[in-house]
Design a protein around this ligand. Sequence first.
Ligand code: FES
Length: 104
Amino acid sequence: PKVTWILKDGKEITADVPVGHNLMEAAVAKNVPNVIGECGGCLSCATCHVYVDPAWYAKTGAPDDMESDMLEITVAERKPTSRLSCQIKAVPELDGLILRVPYI
Ligand code: FES
């Protein structure tokens, strides 16, 4: 699926993400600033925080309990559509997905 990250200054970075990859890996591969993925995707760093575009939130789904706990310690403020992008898998249904990158 095609995924677009929107940066603070409005710049957009788009990638064709292979199905099955997670969206933290995809962001790191594309050098999306401020998506770090320090823990490698094992849900222990919260540096892969993104804001899912509200129109897409129903499709990405809400975080599970463990992810939700981690979202409490993100550096940038948690918002209603916050997710940790290592926990979002690229699936065909997410083609066109828009994520906003949090800045502090
Ligand atoms: Fe560490 Fe997502 S990469 S929690």
